[in-house]
Design a protein around this ligand. Structure first.
Ligand code: SF4
Length: 225
């Protein structure tokens, strides 16, 4: 039922790059990740777990209104007050604990200065982030890519749905295997990883839904997969 935009002799790298070019051409740059500071991007990455971006925006707006988008202020703020402020993001008690855990980490281990993490080796930084309460693969990689501009491919539910619907991938559907598939086959390039992930999200929100709208999708082509 799905159509590829590629032709038979293309290898995986060429296929992925052709898909990227087509999506970029159709949708334009997505300008991810919205956020004025690294702290705002990191908090957004935690808040967006299991909720829509619209709800995250409301929670971040609230944080701005209460003037608490600041590491020192968040360090001293009690968790229940923070939970109330970020309520629109859903799962607010857990997310408040997760934000506090990150803030404690940066305040107590790195003097409250996020920039001190910037030059750290990517793998080491990933391990550090994964060691913080409530930060899993997707959140850690979103932070690495969008806050620290590290070349790491982010995988989410949309990525999995696209690969499945489009018959593009026959490996295991684990986070690590899918990430490896993209990173092994694409040039190591932060801009490409940033834009490609955002384009796949948009593709899945508009065409590659649970029941895919292949007939109007820009990735539809003459050749049936
Ligand atoms: S909606 Fe587009 S990306 Fe999804 S399966 Fe159909 S042609 Fe492929």
């Amino acid at each position: 039922m799905c159509y590829l935009i590629t032709s038979p002799g293309m290898n995986t790298r060429q296929t992925l790059l052709a898909i990227f070019d087509k999506l970029l051409d159709e949708f334009g740059k997505r300008n991810w990740w919205p956020g004025d500071t690294k702290l705002e991007i990191i908090i957004g990455a935690i808040l967006t777990q299991n909720t829509s971006w619209k709800n995250v925006e409301k929670a971040i707006l609230n944080m701005k209104k209460f003037n608490i988008l600041d590491i020192k202020k968040l360090y001293t703020l009690d968790t229940s007050t923070l939970a109330n402020i970020i309520k629109p993001a859903g799962f607010f008690n857990i997310k408040a604990q997760r934000i506090k855990a990150f803030i404690r980490f940066i305040y107590e281990e790195y003097g409250g200065t996020i920039k001190r993490l910037q030059n750290m080796d990517t793998q080491k930084l990933r391990e550090l982030l994964l060691s913080i309460y409530g930060i899993g693969y997707e959140t850690a990689d979103s932070i690495l890519l969008y806050a620290f501009n590290k070349p790491v491919f982010v995988v989410d539910g949309y990525t999995k749905r696209f690969l499945k619907n489009h018959n593009l991938y026959d490996g295991k559907f684990t986070y690590t295997d899918i990430q490896q598939y993209f990173m092994d086959n694409l040039p190591d390039n932060t801009y490409l990883f940033n834009e490609f992930h955002a384009l796949i999200v948009y593709l899945c929100q508009t065409y590659c839904k649970k029941i895919p709208l292949c007939n109007s999708c820009p990735l539809k082509n003459k050749r049936k997969a």
